[in-house]
Write a protein that binds this ligand. Sequence first.
Ligand code: ZN
Length: 681
Amino acid sequence: MQKFIYSLPLLSFFFLFSCGGSSETATETKDSTETLDLKTTWEIEAFADVQVLSYEIPGFDSLTVKQKTLVYYLYEAGLSGRDMIWDQNYRYNLQIRNALENIVRNYAGDKSSDDWNKFMVYTKRVWFSNGIHHHYSMDKFLPEFSKDYFQTLLSETSTTLDSVIITAMFDPTIDMKRVSQDTKSDLITSSAMNFYGEGVTEKDVENFYKEKMENGGDKPIEFGLNSKLVKNPDGTLTEQVWKVGGMYSEAITEVVYWLKKAQGVAENDKQAKALGLLVEYYETGDLQKWSEYNIAWAEATEGDIDYIQGFVEVYGDPMHMRGTYESIVQLKDFEASARMKTLEENVQWFEDNSSIMDEHKKKNVVGVTYKVVNVAGESGDASPSTPIGVNLPNANWIRTLHGSKSVSLGNLVEAYDNAGGDGLLEEFANDAEEIDLAKQHSKLAAKLHTAMHEVIGHASGQINQGIGTPKETLKSYASCLEEARADLVALYFIMDPKVVELGLMESLDVGKAEYDGYIRNALVVQLRRIEPGRDVEEAHMRNRQLVANWALEKGAKDKVIERIERDGKSYYNITDYDKLRILFGELLREIQRITSEGDYNAGKNLVEKYGVKVDTALHTQVLERSKSLNIPPYNGFVNPILIPVMDKDGNITDVKVSQPESFEAQMLTYADKYGFLAKTK
Ligand code: ZN
């Protein structure tokens, strides 16, 4: 499983710092003035430890009607399966949600009381987590209002809820962990998730699948992915398969309805074939079909629209077998693609004009391909909390034989970067000039940096003959040095007039904003992600600190970057951008030399001296300053609303995009429109 989650270091979730994460990720919007105006609408609301944002769908208007229709059908398919994750997460989630929503809709009493506020916070937390367990920590969160108050709300709105379920909500000794990692007890019986029936144990599961897995061959199906495993009265085990006519049939039938419509407006044959196989899989529950579908999906690489749909990730199951329902609908990021194309077409010019030694330059350099998409709608495991990138399919043999797709979810990354961004900027920037420059140019700067880092940075340079790969020669320092190398290529060229000439930016001010932001982040802002007393460990964070500290030291005598102390706060200020560019060029030349020659000791010294250690006093200060900004640690999104416009014959002639009124409004609408399983509870 390869998924990038923003700000949530969970299991093997690929997050924040990877290539394709955070500030490295290019995203797109039509023009910067438009996005500035929209920014105020990005933050929908905050409660408990989360912040709910909204996002736009850049590029949607430039799709054809047929493409928009395809997006709309896939979007409806995704939402139609929404209730499944609620039931998968916990057996009482849907009943609890029904009760909470009935109260929200019908309670006519005092809505200004502390108790009511606490009730609404609880309800929103349940909506956000698709259940009563925290979406990230997996711990059950307890209501902060009393059971008596809840009973009053229930009776005043004529809402019924089984007393066993009410107890489950309030009792801190029942079902406290959705997915237990505690290997001292049975992982299944100590987890509250709903993938296994009463009495099923780890041993049962191992025995049930042992033989099947041993006989799985070299192209195994994903055993157990689409079913609940239950124990029969005689002690035998049965898979209750999630399919049309099986478990979750009410929801899956709706998903299939929309997928068939999507198949009818597919952009090309390969896409249509994949959608057809997905329908067959949902209709039969046959995991062999799921494998066939994944192959077809991985090979359907043409077209502007793509999607993720199914029981995909297995983190919700302590046995890592059963897939949680999710859907993401995406379209190509047209502007990011255009930018990458321009860089690719000129990649040899960048190589020839780089600061690295001639003998390390490639004679025929080829740009690295990097995919950015914009999300049009998410559901299930991807919503409201979302990954920022996805790399699928999960089956290794399919990845090896048929390829995989790795994408960065550009518009979501952009929304994240901007939420709370001004607070950080205003706290840590040295002066008004720096803030202005950032507000005007930092978005484009970040996108350009990412594109250059990926397309020309990682592509640049060659290893001397007879020298092994960086992984072999530079060992544990290889990835940090590789990221530094790619960053330095981007930093070196983002202040080059050639980039203006290519039409990628209007002036070198974009480069200056990038230099400010890079130094500010590397030396100050990123420290807030490190726990007190710890070193910098993650490769991208190390590389940034290495680059910035090195430039700080080498430029010290000319005061290229100066450290300023004011009111007990520290700031860094760049006094000479041109000289800083020369320093970046020198460090690039040295790191390329280290890479080309496989000079382990020099690489190690660079990383250890500049990249690892943290100034304790500054670190403490940064943590204090961040804390006072009150930026919630978790983010999630409401989806834009897609509304089809029909002619009198019922044909779709256009699809309009709007934004929901509020998080609450969207959740209530979803319950109404897509509550296919909740209605049966
Ligand atoms: Zn990289």
